[in-house]
Design a binder for this molecule. Sequence first.
Ligand code: FAD
Length: 646
Amino acid sequence: MTVVDRQEWDVVVVGAGGAGLRAAIEARERGARTAVICKSLFGKAHTVMAEGGIAAAMGNVNAGDNWQVHFRDTLRGGKFLNQWRMAELHAQEAPERVWELETWGALFDRTKDGRISQRNFGGHEYPRLAHVGDRTGLELIRTLQQKIVALQQEDFKETGDYESRLKVFQECTVTRVLKDGEQVCGVFGYERESGRFFVLEAPAVVIATGGIGKSFKVTSNSWEYTGDGHALALLAGAPLLNMEFVQFHPTGMVWPPSVKGILVTESVRGDGGVLRNSDGKRFMFDYIPDVFKEKYAETEEEADRWYDDPDHNRRPPELLPRDEVARAINTEVKEGRGSPHGGVFLDVSTRMPAEVIKRRLPSMYHQFKELADVDITAEPMEVGPTCHYVMGGVAVDSDTAAARGVPGLYAAGEVAGGMHGSNRLGGNSLSDLLVFGRRAGWHAAEYAAGAAGALPRVDDVQVDAAAAEALRPFSAEAEVEEPAGGPPENPYALHQELQQTMNDLVGIIRRETEMKQALEKLAELRVRARRAGVEGHRQFNPGWHLALDLRNMLLVSECVARAALERTESRGGHTREDFPSMDRKWRRINLLCRLTDPTGGLAATDPVRGQITLERETTDPIRPDLLNLFDKEELVKYLAEEELYE
Ligand code: FAD
């Protein structure tokens, strides 16, 4: 039997980004002994990369803002497919979460009269994003980290041990959520540096692992985004919701090739940047969809006036929701009006003085100067769509963040589905992390306290199976029996094939024939990935790590492709060339992916033999008082006939 270290905790949080850290703080403050596990160094999570800000209707810059307006914007952005209760809680609680960060030491940019400054962003009716230059995520993580250290210091005073009630296990990867019958009983993982296996036993596990971008070739996401949490939940028996909705951010760098996909923050447009094609035309005026016509300026003059006088002018179309802008750029490039390197031009140089650009967008200035040798105070940037965010995710209860059908499992942050519907508004992720991270930690702690009398047990058979699964890449040559027969495969080559497949066949514009091809290719890759082989040993072996991550990326990619094939309409982050319009009938339909085994045997959790199945479910009707926040004429554009009647 493989040596496996074991420890017992009340709550285990997988992920130390914004959602994970906020969950851990809450669980610890509610009395749960809490462990946090993360793949990278503590403080290095993907959240650090967030640039633009945190959306919260504080009304600091425009007093007209309030949670109802934020709720409306969020539903419009998500094309009314959001879990409306999540959107309601999010809009109501986000301001309090931002204030709380200040009390924990965060330093936001200020308005002239000393309040937290808020900036404009796509799809938000008022300036709403609390920010720290274009480095907001860094400040968020730094503050949460500082709060964790403060709690550890309190614990030291009481117990003599800093880590007695809150401990971070950094550079560790979880590969399985363990179960006792239907209930969660802990996690299995390995230390990335030493390769040692460990089990953390706990009655409650919060998954906060972020997104799935590394399944696509061009992405703004960091190396950690391999869909681990999505796959962990699937393998533990929880369904994933609406995985077809993947956000392609309109503005990623397109040149040089080594930086393709790196994000150019939406703040560039929020602060006045404009998009032009190779003819010099501000083309977004040609792409305002009917549902948004009344809210966006029709002329450049009106759009420009809006920056100084938003109450009497309409917004520039560059600030349409991301899905609209990404599709418009895609069309411009496809129709031959793109920039030299296959993007379009994003210009701030003619819109703001150089010193203002450097002050408001310092990271962008350095990013382009250092990576592309472009001075954005003097010339335009070249930008194009990049895979950025997944709206789909673990199906959770809106109030408690409990994963559906698996007692003891919770999910928060990007890994959870539903909050953003078919398309997320910029800034709504950082607020989502704080609001639902807190809720997940709170309910996980309560659940763990309730389970204390009859703790679920981790059985050795499961631990051995998890260890054998993790060790398989070292004996790929022995994998000769069906269905995995064949020579060992190189995990890097498999990853490249996967990324190319998802980019080309399940990307920003989707077609039935291509998605069917993608599913065939994914099935082939899934079999070959079982033979992903590595050399050497378990001590820091990136090839081995990737071989293990492949399981997750393949499962998640299949969910995306299956759901995308099923949804025969275009909505938000899902665009079908063969079904180009939004169809009101689909507004009420959620697609759930599960991992099941057609033979009903143990293979249900075997990523090669288990099958991804799709089911449709009808969404709950939106509560009438929330519907009353919209004009009837607007609702007619989104809601199905029977919903309007109801
Ligand atoms: P993360 O911050 O990614 O944290 C995930 C954690 O899980 C990490 O600690 C990772 O190590 C850990 N992990 C993953 N897998 C495992 C595993 N198997 N075992 C153990 N640990 C694991 N949103 C906004 O609202 N405003 C913005 O301005 C903004 N700007 C952005 C800019 C960029 C460049 C990008 C890429 C995204 C931006 N977003 C923004 C989106 C936002 O940053 C993310 O959606 C958000 O940070 C996700 O946070 P999270 O806590 O869910 O996950």
